[in-house]
Write a protein that binds this ligand. Structure first.
Ligand SMILES: [Zn+2]
Length: 291
């Protein structure tokens, strides 16, 4: 499978109607049982509304309700195209670039970008990690050199866990204390897994919490002992920082998590990057149950 080209994009989605039909088909589809009259129904598009009507009782289904498109007056085709741009660029799309390419205001472009990042996070999900898992924190942004564990110097702390050859999971956290870090591991890494960390004290309790805990002594200049290391995650951190600084002029601590989640989704899709676009326009984990 290959990523679709721009020509294929416009063949598949020549209009807003085509995008709405796609949404209707992935969420409901023809013969969908009407929630009101409870019969399998043919559904007819209502003119000038983002809705389809039941052939029997006239009940309406709204395929954009509960999706990232719901509260937006921007056309669905522009939304789909913005998602397409996000999945075909390696480092994401700055708001300025979206503004230029879509011909929308900067404010709209900025909001679309954030909605798309949020959607990527939801579609990515958070399946538990197991096997060999590396855990580490990093410090992003700020002017002064921050001290570890304090988030000093205006830096934002990002905590991460990475299953070797598997998924990564990252989160912006208030600090790197045991009470902050340890619950994240307990919640997201299966018991019995081997957790690789450096000697930071927040990780010290792991061997009493059902994990095999392996430590490298970074302070003593040790970066790997056999397969014990956090090098995969450290490589991930440096690519994350390069990507954020290369694409966006400034990312505030408040919004950093959205960018880290976007990067995480890209990384977790690395074996099949061509599936990102179809997946993003066909999965709506934010939707409410109908009716
Ligand atoms: Zn009906």
């Amino acid at each position: 499978m290959k990523a679709i080209t721009i020509t294929q994009f416009f063949q598949q989605f020549p209009s807003d109607q085509a995008c709405l039909d796609h949404l209707f088909n992935v969420r409901f589809g023809q013969d969908h049982t009407c929630p009101k009259c409870e019969r399998a129904a043919k559904w007819y598009k209502i003119k000038a509304e983002r809705a389809y009507s039941c052939q029997w009782c006239g009940h309406h289904l709204h395929p954009t309700v509960g999706t990232l498109f719901e509260k937006s007056r921007t056309s669905l085709q522009l939304w789909f195209y913005a998602i397409y741009l996000f999945t075909t660029s390696r480092h994401g799309v700055p708001a300025k670039e979206l503004e230029r390419q879509l011909g929308v205001t900067y404010k709209t472009a900025w909001r679309m970008g954030h909605e798309i990042r949020k959607h990527m996070d939801l579609v990515d999900g958070e399946p538990p990690l197991s096997g060999d898992v590396e855990a580490d924190e990093t410090y992003v942004g700020g002017k002064k050199k921050g001290k570890r564990g304090r988030g000093a110097g205006g830096k934002t702390v990002v905590f991460g866990m990475m299953e070797r050859n598997g998924d990564v999971m990252t989160k912006v956290v208030p600090d790197a204390k045991t009470k902050t870090i340890e619950p994240e591991i307990l919640e997201n890494v299966e018991a019995g897994s081997t957790v690789h960390t450096d000697e930071w004290h927040a990780y010290k309790g792991l061997s009493n919490k059902g994990y095999n805990h392996e430590t490298v002594q970074h302070g003593a200049g040790e970066y790997a002992r056999g397969n014990i290391h956090v090098n995969s995650l450290e490589g991930y951190w440096s690519r994350l920082k390069e990507s954020i600084h290369g694409t966006h002029i400034h990312v505030s601590g408040k919004h950093l998590e959205k960018y880290t989640k976007e990067f995480e989704y890209r990384y977790n899709s690395r074996k099949n990057p061509e599936k990102m676009f179809p997946e993003l326009i066909s999965s709506y984990p934010e939707q409410q149950n109908e009716g």
